[in-house]
Design a protein around this ligand. Sequence first.
Ligand code: URA
Ligand code: SF4
Length: 189
Amino acid sequence: MEMETLRTECLGCTRCPLHETRTNVVFGQGVEDAEVLFVGEGPGQNEDEQGLPFVGKSGQLLDKYLFAIDLDRTKNCYIANIVKCRPPQNRDPLPTESEACMPWLREQFRILKPKIVVCLGRVAAQRMIRSDFSVTKEHGVFVEKNGVFFMGTFHPAALLRQPQNKPEAFADFVALRDKIGEVCSRTYL
Ligand code: URA
Ligand code: SF4
């Protein structure tokens, strides 16, 4: 419920210039008691059109990986983005845009109180884990901060361009399944 109040507020946000070119705010999708939070970088064209995160080709790939480890965005996890409005031409969000948008993600984090945060791609991992995080070198490694486990892995769109990384990405999801088994109480009920 609290999340729906926050969503309603966010849908009217004009805190950064990305509001001028958006079709829809992509607030996030998932269950309000999620213990596992996925964070992408920002909406693409399909997401902007539908108002939902990861609904294009990369979203189909993400859903496949989720399904493989018994996660489902409508049942036991939550998907959000660093910026909620689509950057033109799918460019990376500017630092000023990410900063302007972070309070929304912080509120989502406060409501969910996730046990695990999975960063999808460099932009999310560098914002959420460490500003010099390398997905190539550090993917699949869990780091604990204040009792929450953070992990960065390949962005699904990057996997579509570089399918040779899919086995490593899949191994990250297997490691995620194990970590969920260790630290989550509701996710696999
Ligand atoms: N890529 C992202 O980072 N987020 C989405 O929601 C869709 C594609
Ligand atoms: Fe607001 Fe975030 Fe959209 Fe910018 S990207 S207008 S801060 S919701």
